[in-house]
Every structure is written in C-alpha cells, then in structure tokens.
Design a binder for this molecule. Sequence first.
Ligand code: E4P
Length: 226
Amino acid sequence: MRLYIDSADVKQIARLNEYFPIAGVTTNPSILVKENRPYLEVLREIREIIGEEKELFVQSIGDISEEIVEESKFITSELPGKVIVKIPVTDEGLKAIKLLTLENIPTLATTVYTAFQALMAAMAGANYVAPYVNRIDNLTGNGVNVVAEIAKLYAAYQLPTEIIAASFKNVQQVHDVCLAGAHTVTVGPDLIEKFIAFPATPADVADFKSQWQKTYGSDKTSLVNS
Ligand code: E4P
C-alpha cells in the first residue's frame, strides 16, 4: 500500500511529506488551476519538496492521441524525477497509452468509472488505473465494489497494473478500498490529516505524561531528563 497526496498546494504537500509516509503527489487540471499561477512553476516546486525519487502525476488535456503523446513527452522532459502522465480512458486516451507503453513512458489511466474501463487500460499497458470512488458513489454506483472488481480482474488475468484509488470524500471510503484490494490510494490533504485523528489517542498521551510527572516531578518531560 502506498499513499499519494491528491493536491498541488505546496504548503500542505510540504507538511504532509514531512509527517506522513507519502509516496508521491497526484494532480489533475482542476487541482492545478486552483493554484492560479503557471502550472510548471507549481509542479517544479512540488518536485523540490518531494525529491526526485517520489512519483509526480500530471494529467494530459489533449483530445487526440497525438496531442496526448506530445504532452506526455513534453511534461516528462520538463520535470526531473519520476513523472507519470495521467490519461483519461477515452478511445484516444487508450490509443495514447498503447503508444506511450511502446516507448516505455509510464502512464496512469484516469477518470475510471467501471471495471471494464480499467481492464482495457491495463491491457493497453497502463502502469496505474485510477477509479473515481466518490464520483461513482455520486452516480448511485458503488465505488468500493468497482475497486474490488478491478482487483479481481487484474488478479484473474495476472495484469501488473496497480489500482490507485482516487476521489474520496471520507476516510471510510479510503479504508474500504484498501480492504477491497486497492494497491495504492491518492487522497486530499484534509482527509489524510483525518487518518490518524482519534480523540482517545491524545487523551491517553496526556494521561501517561501526567502520571509520569506526578511520580518524577513536573519538570520531567522526557525519558532523557527523568
Ligand atoms: C485523482 O487523481 C483524481 O483526479 C481525483 O481524486 C478526483 O477527485 P475528486 O472527485 O474529489 O475531484
């Protein structure tokens, strides 16, 4: 299981990258335009923060395969480190994934709503596939079930494509896709912060500290000075 940050907010990325076990950052056009400044400048800052080993995902916006392939080569030449191009699963997107696979350029098939889209993307050679869990739920589908079906198909056909489950609105959805067989997840900063937020934990920590200080003295704040 790997955890990616689904954001282009450099302050939040820097904080999460320092505290959480982060494997990289995913973006999409909606996420990048929120920053309201040149997108390459934003992506280069993200790269500086996460370093060259962690993956950075950038989505194509071209409509036809030739444009998508051109964008993919452009973006991987402009940014250092591991860059993965996200490509929507349209017919032109699938063709682009096939062409890029032939050139060993890694891809993520995105905007996935059905297990069969995910199957086609994997057969075309995508390294990752991103089912949109919450958006599926909003269409009265079941995002977690779609992830489970993709995992089953990939296992049945021994396809090496990894599921990077995306589009979450609550921690329960993330928890459920992990159990359903998602290899990795990409999650917005606010939700990642909630992963470890449980009121009993800080309350227990305060109790331990207070018991310690009652015995050893209120100035004893650590094992080192006790
Ligand atoms: C990630 O790669 C997707 O673009 C993203 O998770 C979509 O999330 P949303 O449905 O919250 O916009």
